[in-house]
Design a protein around this ligand. Sequence first.
Ligand code: HEC
Ligand code: HEC
Length: 486
Amino acid sequence: MKTRIINCTRLSTAIVVASFSCVQARDLPEPLTDSDFLYEGSPDAEVFELGRMLFFDPILSGNLNISCGTCHSPAHGTGDGISLSIGEGGQGFAKSRRTGPEGVIGRVPRNAQPLYNVGAKSYTSFFHDGRLEPDPLGTFQSGFWSPAREHLPEGLDNLLAAQAMFPVLSPVEMAGQKGENPVATAVAEGRPTDAWSHLANRLAEIPEYRAMFKAAFGHGEVTFVQAANALAAFQSKAFRSHESPYSQALKDNDPTLLSDAAREGMKLFFGEAGCSACHSGPLLTDHKFHAVAMPQVGPGKGHGSDTGYWRASGFMDRVEDEGRFRVTFDPKDKFAFRTPSLINVSLTGPWGHSGAYNTLEAVVKHHLNPVASLHAYDPVSLPHLDDVIEQTGEGSQLIFRPLNPARAGGYFLRDQWVQSSGKLRGHIAGANDLMPITLSNAQISAILEFLESASDPAVLDLVDLIPASVPSGLAPQPTRHQGASK
Ligand code: HEC
Ligand code: HEC
């Protein structure tokens, strides 16, 4: 990352010299320009429009009941405003989202990531654990390392397009359960290629989509790879956001565009408070992985093994989320997660990889003494899941049935099991590599002001991106009306 000296001449004429010296500004990043984004900032208009429809159309979900937009809503900071999403099988939206009559298999185990600036070329991995990455050695024909390994097809335009291949395969997010629909069954049987083909065939049966694919790609063939390319084009442009006061100050090389408090906070952030050791660059992330003892709420990613939970509940005992470690199997990566971008961070709560913190202040304070904060953490309450289904049997004998009420207590213990177990908390604490630091309340407030200044409230107006209708004839998700009510 390039660094530069902030224009000192301009500063010396400003009254703010004392709170923002040239020396401390030396690590300020370069502003972003078109060339920092995929498609040099200008994806093809027809491809963008196709991606916009696909993003909000539940046609891409196995049971036709959820879209990308349900969890990544433009008016909710490109997330859904809740710690852990309720995926397919849910009803309602954002804070009022609950389980529907068909029930859900469980919670989505991680917080829905914000999509601001995901079209920046600086993204070298996607997901909290970075499990999707470029594969420069060409191990796989797709050009990407991913959970789909050799199944990921060729022809994906970029890493962001490759990402769009995955939500549709996740049973809890979009696909549904084996036997409910052909996409879910293909996923459960380890045939992702068939799942993608099935979705492409669905699109090809809809004349309006056929016409849009033709307009976008110049021929009538509809493939899921093209759908993914269109989703990437849409996200890269729609969610580009660097008009906040902070971004403006970088662009104009003029920190006086920030309030006094924000400038003080910026000085701490890039200086004494050490935040920019990880939250660096114009997007305030190094795109690397660090263990900062962030608490876990919710069911976890199925990692670890804790027979205590099994004994208490009768359910499978893998309740932890070990983060990057499960991608690299390098012990140094235990409980490490990708440094989030802090652009628009004041709009993207709850915060942390499992949405453990409800306020920006709390997640910032967590950084001051991560281990102590982890042990003192009081878990956020997650929305009650009224209708849960459980899986019994194996393979073709797989049966889904409503959760046995006698087992419900044990099932729900899981949401807070990691935090309530001294042993499991100890795993997270032991991996921490962020040293404690002392900051006064005034300094913390200043940092919060700076983070506000790195947010651009105008992005909440992006609700206009939601189409009034989508080619499948299903209701877009969210509808404009739902999307507008924050
Ligand atoms: C049920 C909620 C849900 C749905 C539906 C959903 N997502 Fe996500 N999205 C998430 C969660 C949760 C994560 C983080 C997952 C992880 O780290 O394991 C995520 C991560 C992402 C990321 C990675 C961002 C980053 O910074 O690494 C992108 C891009 C994304 N989603 C795009 C999409 C697209 C495109 C669709 C539709 C095809 C979609 N999502 C559907 C919840 C959802
Ligand atoms: C050692 C690297 C590192 C340092 C230093 C650091 N952070 Fe973080 N920060 C992270 C990581 C990694 C996460 C995500 C952790 C997770 O979710 O498990 C994070 C999360 C956050 C979040 C929540 C973002 C979100 O979208 O959930 C905020 C806000 C934040 N950091 C602010 C700060 C501030 C302010 C400082 C300085 C006082 C700071 N960080 C110092 C690595 C760091």
